[in-house]
Design a protein around this ligand. Structure first.
Ligand code: AAT
Length: 292
């Protein structure tokens, strides 16, 4: 009975739960920061779970990783310097490296165990680490960004876990201030922004903070990811003051990028139509969050 109660007790989605059939547990260990679990599922391939929350499955990771990387990178001309926060599985790196204009990719992941586990069980994602443009920093992104040189990055992608545990500070104003500082004028942020069905208030809070920090250019996009709670995930896109950024109509379309489709593997989810469509918001969300 108490196990059942705990099952419905996640503070991010109280009163509901989502099941994926476990075929075999492949790895289960406590790291310094969280419980890391990998299992083989019946339908979704291998699944990575941190502290009981699904982070990715082999079947649908393409939707999240492709969107979180290409929404920002296709919105600016010739991105060169990119920072990935979190993302220790390497999937976002794999996507960023499709962009041949990119010269330098920093990644700051807090948990070495996530990186090691991905190298062992998710080679199609960990392949992202093999690109020579990638520079790995293992540590807390809050500290990393405090020390980042001003104006260094064209784009910052925050691929972080939910704000319970090590990612708590990643939704607070001081963190967004350091991000804005680390971006060049007209640089872009794409931040994982939860589910519009479950977290309207959290989304509203993040939008308010970002509107203050980024002085205006703040947009919300979303995509379908069946194994995330409620089956969707959102992205907050912000630009610093400077050359204006039109997030909705990609200026740097993936279809025109040489080699973007031959690189490692074909895109499965993202294209320019999906990019623009992702910014269309349901009526209730438009009412409840103030994007204007
Ligand atoms: N690409 C897979 C999706 C993720 S992984 C999120 C990563 O963020 C984890 O590897 C976690 O260790 C890392 N992380 C958490 N806090 C920090 C921090 N403070 N600094 C650096 N890295 C951190 C996200 C899935 C989203 C799920 C939505 N429900």
């Amino acid at each position: 009975k108490s196990e059942k109660a705990a099952y419905f007790n996640n503070p991010m989605w109280p009163g509901e739960a989502h099941s994926i059939k476990v075929e075999k547990i492949l790895y289960r260990e406590k790291s310094e920061y969280q419980e890391v679990l990998v299992f083989e599922s019946l339908v979704y391939g291998k699944v990575l779970v941190l502290d009981g929350i699904v982070q990715l499955t082999e079947k649908d990771e393409c939707a999240y990783q492709e969107m979180i990387a290409h929404l920002p990178l296709c919105s600016i001309q010739s991105p060169k310097t990119v920072l990935v926060v979190g993302g220790g599985d390497g999937g976002v790196l794999r996507e960023v490296s499709r962009h041949s204009s990119v010269e330098h990719i920093d990644i700051c992941e807090i948990d070495q165990m996530v990186i090691d586990v991905s190298r062992k069980f998710f080679p199609d994602l960990a392949v992202g680490f093999e690109d020579s443009r990638v520079h790995l920093h293992v540590g807390d992104a809050v500290e990393f960004l405090k020390c980042a040189p001003e104006g260094k990055y064209d784009a910052i992608i925050v691929d972080s876990s939910d704000p319970v545990g090590p990612a708590q500070e990643l939704v607070e104003k001081p963190f967004f201030d350091t991000i804005a500082k680390a971006l060049r004028p007209g640089g872009v942020l794409c931040n994982m922004a939860e589910s519009m069905w479950l977290h309207t208030h959290l989304i509203q809070d993040m939008i308010s903070i970002c509107k203050e920090t980024f002085k205006g250019s703040v947009h919300y996009a979303w995509a379908s990811v069946p194994t995330y709670p409620s089956g969707v995930i959102g992205f907050l896109l912000c630009a610093t003051k400077g050359p204006s950024v039109d997030f909705v109509n990609p200026i740097n379309p993936i279809e025109n990028l040489e080699g973007a489709n031959e690189h490692k593997r074909e895109l499965r989810f993202y294209n320019s139509e999906m990019h623009s469509a992702a910014f269309a918001l349901p009526a209730f969300l438009k009412r409840e969050v103030s994007l204007l």
